[in-house]
Design a protein around this ligand. Structure first.
Ligand SMILES: [Zn+2]
Length: 509
């Protein structure tokens, strides 16, 4: 059963009073209190916390006996689960928006915090048809309430250095409560933002916080002193390693050029490497790898897999049991699937969705690596193949080719592959599909389905969908308005099908 655990405001205040009476630390807000209660290693503590639960979805079921989401919600009630009483089936956008307004009006009177509503497509067959993009369903969308705003004083502007060396200015604020959460830091995005909003240290500023988004400074509030304050000078050197910071043409970001010698970048790369969507090693969090790096135990990701019990024995916080557990957790991750591995490399702009696209296209790390090296040549088949992947544009291709071309990256990768086995990408079973393994291109307009649906369907049948026609293309599906691509396909003597012919080809699959 899926749903959300929460703590009511009344329960939260009562809990904090009990914590105070016992001399224990109090919680900042109900959300933190609920999350903290669930995270307890000792479940008997969790049990004592006043937690509540709204059910709203299911995980895996053998048979879905309901055909709409609304039916399922009714079933939940008969089974004795709590469901949110404001859940409503709406007959269209207008009704849905009216319900949003209604819930917004109720919001101050609710005994729990909410930050918006979620609209879901009621019919399950439509939900299936709409499917997912990466992990996000296309049949559900959140509509947040307007961000909450507040005014405070900007005490300082600090600079954070990210994994790829980007220098991000951060506002250090006089702490203030916004929507039940104490905010003391907010993002200032980049140097242009500070210039554009003319934000100066000491200014009174308006900040906003919406949902889980990092709070941001939105404007300066005139307090009569603004003009007397110094204009903020964005650093020309990295605050951590003192290397030159440069700004490339057409980019908003300023980057530290320190690369390998910059400990801030090394910290962030290692933190990314072990993060939840990357290697996700049990018992090895970001703060551990940073400490290991600072103490010289590890330099690059491959070193993580060479950690030994002897190296950890005398470290504070590491007992025999936790060391053994870590060794077992490391062993468990010596084999990893390709999308995770590619994501873990931390290539600029390559998120989970792109990592998956690459795994799907190239199948193995060896092939990916070779293809990226071959793609250095302008006009090469390899570059054409890379650019033909739907979802990978010119800038991303540059980042990818650049990453694999960089000798240090090649070395880190080589070193890592000595300790880790990357599974080749397993395409879903497509037995009996006449288009499995074929590269197909859709061009012109489609009449019975959207482009997205056509692509998704072709992919589930094991085909690769490409955006451009080349001699490697197997089938080109043309609709009205197809132009140059159809001509090229015919010139190359490729198999050209109409939408109807394509539909017949894949019928019943
Ligand atoms: Zn640096």
């Amino acid at each position: 059963m899926r749903g959300e655990v929460y703590m009511s405001k009344a329960d939260f205040f009562a809990l904090n009073e009990r914590q105070l009476a016992k001399g224990k630390k109090i919680f900042a807000n109900p959300r933190n209190a609920a999350a903290g209660s669930l995270r307890q290693l000792d479940s008997s503590i969790t049990e004592k916390r006043p937690l509540s639960f709204f059910a709203y979805a299911w995980g895996d079921v053998s048979v879905e006996t309901w055909t709409t989401h609304g039916e399922f919600i009714q079933l939940l009630k008969t089974w004795g689960f709590c469901v949110n009483p404001m859940t409503k089936i709406c007959g269209g956008v207008d009704q849905a928006l009216a319900q949003y307004v209604h819930i917004g009006e109720q919001r101050p009177h609710l005994d729990y915090d909410i930050d918006g509503v979620v609209y879901k497509v009621n019919r399950l067959d439509w939900q299936h048809r709409l499917g997912f993009v990466a992990r996000a369903p296309r049949w559900a969308i959140a509509h947040k309430f307007p961000a909450e705003k507040a005014e405070t004083v900007l005490n300082e502007i600090s600079i954070q250095v990210g994994r790829t060396g980007v220098l991000t200015p951060v506002a250090e604020l006089e702490p203030i409560t916004v929507g039940g959460v104490v905010v003391s830091r907010a993002t200032l995005h980049n140097s242009d933002y500070i210039v554009e909003k003319d934000i100066r240290v000491g200014d009174r500023v308006r900040i906003q916080r919406a949902g889980d988004v990092i709070p941001q400074v939105i404007e300066v509030v005139d307090d009569g002193q603004h003009a007397q304050r110094d204009v903020f000078a964005f650093p020309s050197n990295c605050p951590i390693c003192d290397s030159h910071a440069v700004r490339e043409d057409g980019e908003a970001a300023t980057r530290c050029t320190g690369g390998l010698i910059c400990s801030a970048q090394a910290h962030e790369r290692l933190k990314h490497f072990v993060s939840r969507n990357a290697f996700d090693i049990d018992g090895l969090g970001g703060k551990h790898v940073v400490a290991f790096y600072d103490d010289g135990l590890i330099k690059s990701p491959g070193d993580i897999f060479r950690l030994t019990p002897e190296m950890l024995h005398k470290r504070e916080g590491w007992k025999e049991k936790s060391i053994l557990n870590l060794m077992a957790a490391l062993d468990a991750k010596r084999t990893i699937d390709m999308p995770r591995f590619v994501y873990a490399l931390g290539i600029r702009h390559v998120g989970q969705a792109t990592a998956r696209l690459l795994a799907k296209q190239y199948g193995t790390m060896d092939r990916l690596r070779q293809a990226m090296l071959d793609a250095r040549v302008i006009g090469s088949d390899a570059l054409e193949e890379l650019l033909s992947i739907d979802g990978i544009g010119k800038a991303m291709a540059d980042d990818l080719v650049g990453f694999f071309d960089e000798p240090h990256n090649a070395q880190v990768l080589e070193d890592l592959l000595a300790s880790v086995t990357v599974e080749s990408f397993q395409a879903p079973s497509t037995k009996g599909s006449p288009v499995a393994g074929k590269t197909v291109v859709f061009t012109g307009s489609l009449e019975t389905m959207s482009r997205g649906e056509a692509k998704a369907k072709a992919e589930t049948l094991g085909a690769k969908v490409s955006g451009s026609v080349s001699k490697k293309t197997d089938i080109v599906i043309v609709g009205p308005g197809a132009g140059a691509k159809e001509k090229k396909a015919r010139d190359l003597g490729l198999r050209v099908l109409s939408e109807q012919e394509w539909t017949i080809l894949i019928q019943g699959l």
